[in-house]
Design a protein around this ligand. Structure first.
Ligand code: AMP
Length: 413
């Protein structure tokens, strides 16, 4: 019975085969870069207790207030599709007593995340992130290493025109004192601020720096800056992170207006943007979250990490990821299907990427198709096997399957 035409839900997308190859290649390169920095793969569930995100990400954030996919299971428990990765990793760190392992514990993840956002190019409701977390040390080399690692990954993925914004949000106490000053500043200018910012003067005044609203932006020009109010040890930590990045030759802009959309950050925060992306220019970002594990009921444990969007990396990339080696095409010219199948199998077993005629085309159609697939050679199975080199156009008979395999393997070498 014909029914309504089905479509993927709003804000989701299908990964079509060309994109699938690029994603696989990105995954491979990410694993290689991350492994070199000593990060090990880690997976947490796609859904968690809602409470984890409310406590971990922060009740006042956009993510928790407006963007979570939350549902009840059949037992009436509230569950949420994960909107970000750090809270789950911290939950697992505590649950598995990973503070007893040698510190820092360095892990990376890759997978789907969910936010109920207004869908547009580069902004989806199901998207994928690759990310890292390093837990159990506040050493500034971990901050610098995280940043360098993401820079290297973006480079390896062909992302260009990248800008790195860097700031420090300081420690919890100095930040609390600063936030009081900022609240005072905002209250004096309530009339100029957007409703959204006004509503959050108490709960999340930092978000005022992030506003698009013109009045708010103008008012914020004169706002006190957190970077000017860091406690001495936080200022020293930030100076050390910068010195390490300078030493590594990585350029960045210190941006006192950088605030990230999650509440748990302390000290270092950073964001990579690419001019190749439109309005959604953030490719990846992160920072230090020294209070988060404790907030989730674990022992006091510093941590630092980042997440980058797979789809944005691919959008900002040079489109050269993925692809497979050129295949050998096995064509049928009135020959025996079983012989052609056996030849294709022998080639594949020898490690040669092989395509086989499987749609009943004429020989002319098959050669055209082989060309379209970028085949480097066509083995034409008729009475005998003919070998056609697609680069030179030269065609010659081969004696048997073994010889065809030898030639094909030779082309790959
Ligand atoms: P965030 O944790 O919000 O800083 O997100 C980290 C990265 O994930 C961003 O820089 C984006 O590359 C990606 N990202 C976040 N939200 C979305 C979304 N709704 N759609 C696509 N990518 C996203």
């Amino acid at each position: 019975m014909a029914g309504r035409k089905l479509q993927a839900p709003r804000g989701t997308f299908d990964v079509l085969p060309d994109d699938g190859a690029a994603r696989r290649e990105l995954y491979r390169r990410a694993g290689s870069v991350l492994g070199r920095y000593g990060y090990r793969p880690f997976e947490t569930p796609v859904f968690e207790d809602t409470d984890l995100f409310a406590r971990g990400v922060g009740e006042s954030t956009d993510i928790v207030r407006k963007e979570m996919f939350t549902f009840e299971d059949r037992g009436g428990r509230s569950l949420t599709l994960r909107p970000e990765g750090t809270a789950g990793v911290c939950r697992a760190y505590v649950e598995h007593g990973m503070h007893k392992l040698p510190q820092p514990v360095k892990v990376w993840y890759w997978g789907p995340f969910f936010r109920h956002e207004r869908a547009q190019a580069g902004r989806y409701r199901q998207f994928s992130q690759v990310g890292t977390e390093a837990l159990g040390s506040d050493d500034p080399t971990l901050d610098a290493e995280s940043i360098l690692l993401l820079a290297e990954l973006l480079e390896a993925a062909g992302v260009r025109e990248v800008r790195l914004r860097l700031a420090s949000l300081g420690g919890i106490e100095a930040r609390a004192a600063y936030l009081d000053r900022l609240r005072g500043f905002l209250r004096e200018r309530e009339g100029e601020l957007s409703e959204d910012v006004r509503d959050r003067i108490d709960s999340n005044p930092l978000r005022a720096f992030d506003a698009d609203h013109p009045g708010t932006r103008a008012a914020m020009e004169g706002a006190p800056r957190l970077l000017d109010h860091l406690a001495p040890d936080d200022a020293e930590h930030f100076a050390e992170v910068r010195a390490l990045l300078d030493g590594a030759g990585l350029s960045y802009d210190v941006d006192p207006t950088l605030v990230r959309g999650l509440d748990y950050y302390t000290r270092t925060v950073f964001e990579f943007e690419s001019a190749r992306l439109g309005a959604q220019s953030g490719v990846g970002g992160g920072g230090r979250y020294d209070g988060l594990v404790e907030q989730l009921g674990g022992p006091a444990t510093p941590g630092v990490g980042w997440a980058a969007g797979i789809e944005r990396i691919l959008l900002a990339g040079d489109g050269k990821l993925g692809g497979f080696p050129a295949p050998v095409y096995v064509a049928l010219a009135g020959g025996d299907r079983r012989a052609a199948f056996a030849l294709a199998t022998a080639l594949r077993e020898a490690g040669v990427r092989t395509e086989l005629e499987q749609a009943g085309r004429s020989l002319k159609g098959q050669l055209k198709h082989a060309d379209r697939l970028g085949a480097k050679a066509v083995a034409i199975v008729g009475e005998e096997i003919e070998w056609k080199d697609m680069a030179t156009g030269e065609q010659r008979p081969v004696n048997n399957v073994a010889e065809a395999v030898r030639i094909a393997v030779g082309l790959d070498a």
